[in-house]
Design a protein around this ligand. Structure first.
Ligand code: URA
Length: 210
C-alpha cells in the first residue's frame, strides 16, 4: 500500500460491512472511508480517531457535523488555520490554511471503537501520510489511540513515547503534540476544557512560527 488514502478501501471486513448497513439505514450519508481534509503541503497535521456516525460519516469531512468538531474548528480559526470557525458540510467552501486533518482509522467503527486489527490495517495509510509532511511539521494527536497510531506508523517504541496531554515529543523530522480528544464526552466532563485546548493550539502556533 503506497497511498495515503483509498476511497474504495474495504480492507477491514467488519468496518466494510458496518458501512454497508449504515448506508442502508441512512441512504443520504457518505458511508465510505473519509478522506483527509486540507492542503497537501500543510505543516500542521491533526490526527483524530475515526469518523463519527452522524459527523464525518454523514458529511464526508473529518470532524464535520457532530459535536467533536465544534471546538476544533473554533480553535483552528482563532489560530489562523481555518478560513471560518465552523465546518458545516464538505462543500461549504471552508479552507484550511497550512493545516490538514486526518483520522487514524478512516472508516466509521461500531460504537466509535475500532479494534486493534483495524487500527493496524489502516496504519499503512497514516504511515504514508506522515512521510509526506515537510520538515519541521507539527502533528497533533487527538487522544491516546491517535498518538499510538502515529508512533506505530513511525516504527518507534510505544514505551519511549507515552501519551500525555500537552506533551511535545521530538519524533523523526517533526514535533508531535498530544491533546485529549475533543469529544463530547471529554468536553462535557471537562477532562478537556476550552482553556486547555486553547493552550494546545497556542503551543502549536508557537512551534510552527519559531
Ligand atoms: N470525527 C472525526 O473525523 N474524527 C474523530 O476522531 C471524531 C470525530
Amino acid at each position: 500500500m503506497t497511498s495515503i488514502f483509498d476511497k474504495d478501501c474495504r480492507a477491514c471486513p467488519r468496518l466494510a460491512t458496518f458501512l454497508d448497513d449504515v448506508k442502508d439505514r441512512y441512504p443520504d450519508y457518505y458511508c465510505r472511508p473519509v478522506p483527509p481534509f486540507g492542503t497537501s503541503d500543510a505543516r500542521f497535521l491533526i490526527v483524530g480517531l475515526a469518523p463519527g456516525m452522524h459527523g464525518a460519516n454523514r458529511s464526508g469531512r473529518p470532524f464535520t457535523g457532530d459535536h467533536a468538531g465544534i471546538l476544533l474548528y473554533q480553535m483552528l480559526h482563532k489560530y489562523g488555520f481555518a478560513s471560518r470557525d465552523h465546518s458545516a458540510a464538505a462543500d461549504d467552501g471552508l479552507e484550511l490554511i497550512d493545516c490538514r486533518i486526518t483520522n487514524a482509522v478512516k472508516c466509521l467503527p461500531p460504537d466509535n471503537k475500532p479494534v486493534g486489527a483495524e487500527i493496524n490495517t489502516c496504519n499503512a495509510y497514516l504511515a504514508n501520510e506522515l512521510q509526506t509532511l515537510p520538515k519541521d511539521a507539527v502533528v497533533m494527536a487527538l487522544g491516546g489511540i491517535a498518538h499510538r497510531a502515529i508512533i506505530k506508523a513511525l516504527g518507534m517504541r510505544q514505551a519511549d513515547f507515552k501519551f500525555a496531554h500537552a506533551a511535545v515529543h521530538d519524533v523523526e523530522f517533526f514535533r508531535l503534540i498530544d491533546s485529549y480528544h475533543c469529544s463530547r464526552y471529554n468536553t462535557n466532563t471537562r477532562r478537556l476544557t476550552e482553556e486547555m485546548f486553547d493552550a494546545i493550539f497556542a503551543k502549536t502556533r508557537e512551534l510552527l512560527d519559531k
